[in-house]
Write a protein that binds this ligand. Structure first.
Ligand SMILES: NC(=O)c1ccc[n+]([C@@H]2O[C@H](COP(=O)([O-])OP(=O)(O)OC[C@H]3O[C@@H](n4cnc5c(N)ncnc54)[C@H](O)[C@@H]3O)[C@@H](O)[C@H]2O)c1
Ligand SMILES: O=C(O)C[C@H](O)C(=O)O
Length: 325
């Protein structure tokens, strides 16, 4: 009896999946290009809310969720949201290729987070190996994809990814981005609160990198512009630079920023998708291969996405107040 009920439940589930996929295809085919987004590390603290936000994004037609374990459950859960994106979950090494096949954008929040007292560099040893494995698979299964690197230390994981892609012969510097959007999100929030501005109207470019003093918010270029000087400038800069540590300490051993990072990751991934779809005027700060400062092969700066149609972004060589091309 229990066996029969089990098989009925399995059949119903299969029918349900079929109907869901059919429904998804019909809905998505009418709205725009087919875009597959893959999240590697999708069962983690960032991966789960990021998966949810990408499922809600109308530009995503297929959401592929991969982790070493736990992804079928996350995928089943997210797939019940009544938005068009088709969802698939993959777990374990043997499924990594299937998860990546055909991806337009791959987002990587796989790896260990900080605990109080640690720096992002303390994560290097373990996360470098994870990133190397995942990027090797990307070069084999979706060499054309845009890669959004979230795993820390971003200042190192991006150059590691670049080396892996170079070795595989698939490196395109216009398609590899270290996600520094959370620094921008924090700078906007703190600046708007300090200056009594509507946070929705505010922008603050953040350049440099994604660790400590390499995080450089440019309040002099904030819009709408209100002067920030002296102690106030120092305090706002420091709070932005220490934003990650503020969350790590508040979570007291239970990890680092996950929800605000998922939001930031979704904002940046959407910019990539819009760029891919040919939308004009998409500008984001991100950590990329750069010639802005000759001694620094990678540097976060403002990137305009208008070249995405050709498969990449064009650098902002002048990090000036208004010049972004
Ligand atoms: N760029 C940023 O601004 C930013 C912000 C916050 C966190 N981070 C970084 O993001 C990373 C993830 O943070 P989290 O809080 O989600 O951690 P987490 O431990 O909650 O989740 C990480 C996930 O990665 C998975 N994973 C580990 N090895 C993997 C592999 N080989 N393939 C696929 N998945 C694998 C784990 O199973 C886990 O589910 C950390 O390195 C953290 O420092 C970056
Ligand atoms: O601070 C961390 O370790 C996570 C992340 O880089 C952040 O800025 O929140």
């Amino acid at each position: 009896m229990a066996g029969a009920r089990g098989s009925v439940v399995r059949s119903l589930r299969l029918v349900g999946q079929h109907v869901h996929k059919q429904h998804s295809r019909e809905m998505s085919s009418s709205v725009g290009p087919q875009r597959k987004v893959t999240i590697l590390g999708a069962a983690g603290g960032i991966g789960q809310p990021l998966g949810l936000l990408m499922k809600l994004n109308p530009l995503v037609t297929h959401l592929s969720l991969y982790d070493i374990a736990g992804t079928p459950g996350v995928a089943a859960d997210i797939s019940h949201c009544n938005t068009p994106a088709e969802v698939s979950g993959f777990a374990g090494d043997e499924d990594l290729g299937k998860a990546l096949e055909g991806s337009d954008v791959v987002i990587i929040p796989a790896g260990v987070p900080r605990k109080p007292g640690m720096t992002r560099d303390d994560l290097f040893k373990i996360n470098a190996g994870i990133v190397k494995t995942l990027c090797t698979a990307i070069s084999q299964h979706c060499p054309e994809a845009i890669v959004n690197m979230i795993s820390n230390p971003v200042n190192s994981t991006v150059p590691i990814a670049a080396e892996v892609f170079k070795k595989a012969g698939t490196y395109d510097p216009r398609k590899l981005f270290g996600v520094t959007t959370l620094d921008v999100v924090r700078a906007r929030t703190f600046y708007a609160a300090k200056k009594g501005l509507n946070v929705r109207d505010v922008d603050v470019p953040v350049v440099g990198g994604h660790a400590g003093i390499t995080i450089l918010p440019l309040f002099s270029q904030a819009t709408p512009y209100k002067p920030v000087e002296g102690d106030e400038l120092e305090a706002l800069t420091k709070r932005t630079q220490d934003g990650g540590t503020e969350v790590v300490q508040a979570k007291a051993g239970k990890g680092s920023a996950t929800l605000s990072m998922a939001y930031a990751g979704a904002v940046f991934a959407e910019a990539c998708l819009k760029g891919l779809n040919g939308e004009k005027g998409i500008v984001e700060c991100t950590y990329v291969q750069s010639s802005v400062i000759p001694e620094l092969p990678f540097f976060a700066s403002k990137i305009r996405a208008y070249k995405f149609l050709d498969g990449g972004a064009e650098h902002n060589i002048h990090v000036g107040p208004k010049v972004i091309s």
